[in-house]
Design a protein around this ligand. Structure first.
Ligand SMILES: [Fe+2]
Ligand SMILES: [Fe+2]
Length: 194
């Protein structure tokens, strides 16, 4: 996946599953960046990872999992398992965020987080997305993509000078605070106020 296709302003995918698969690839790339960053840049790279995870997991929780629950075989069990994985990763993310990138166990926790998140993404692809694609129409997947795009626009993975300050204003604070903000934006974009 080339970056021009996943940049929000030029994004061509209109299928929600293609968008989420592209985000899985971006998440893997950002884990690489955090791992490879020199110590003084690690915090900045980690913040971008936290933003993307907040965008991605919140979009799935708001848009895709509820749909999968209704549409796919054994949907409740599949989605409950995915939510449990997401919650576990969120707890570790929150602990890492409050301890900060200087913490002695940061790199060990990052490896654990990466293992958990990548395993979770593979389970989604295998047990949820394949069935979802089979059980939804193109129009339904396009409709779901709109909310995911609105969320993704909040977290460019390689912000240019000028967009970075806007992004900072949108997604700041703890991972949970970022997720709350993303949830608000998705609900506005999809016309849900609950
Ligand atoms: Fe997820
Ligand atoms: Fe995912």
């Amino acid at each position: 996946m080339t970056s021009h296709k996943t940049a929000p302003e030029t994004m061509e995918e209109t299928d929600v599953i293609d968008l989420l698969l592209a985000q899985h690839a971006m998440i893997r790339d950002l884990f690489d960046e955090v791992e490879e960053a020199p110590a003084d840049r690690r915090g900045e790279a980690f913040t971008r990872l936290v933003r993307l995870l907040a965008v991605h997991e919140t979009a799935e929780e708001e848009i895709v999992h509820p749909f999968a629950r209704r549409k796919i075989d054994g949907g409740d069990a599949v989605v409950d398992d995915r939510l449990a994985e997401e919650n576990q990763a969120k707890q570790l993310l929150t602990r890492m965020d409050s301890a900060g990138p200087e913490a002695q166990d940061f790199m060990a926790n990052l490896r654990k987080l990466r293992t958990d998140v990548e395993e979770h993404a593979r389970s989604e692809e295998r047990y949820e997305f394949i069935q979802l694609r089979a059980h939804t129409s193109e129009a339904e997947r396009r409709a779901m993509a709109a909310g995911v795009k609105a969320a993704e626009a909040m977290a460019p993975t390689h912000p240019h000078a000028g967009t970075e300050s806007a992004t900072k204003n949108l997604l700041v604070g703890t991972p949970i605070a970022m997720m709350d903000r993303v949830r608000d934006v998705i609900r506005q974009a999809t016309g849900k106020s609950h």
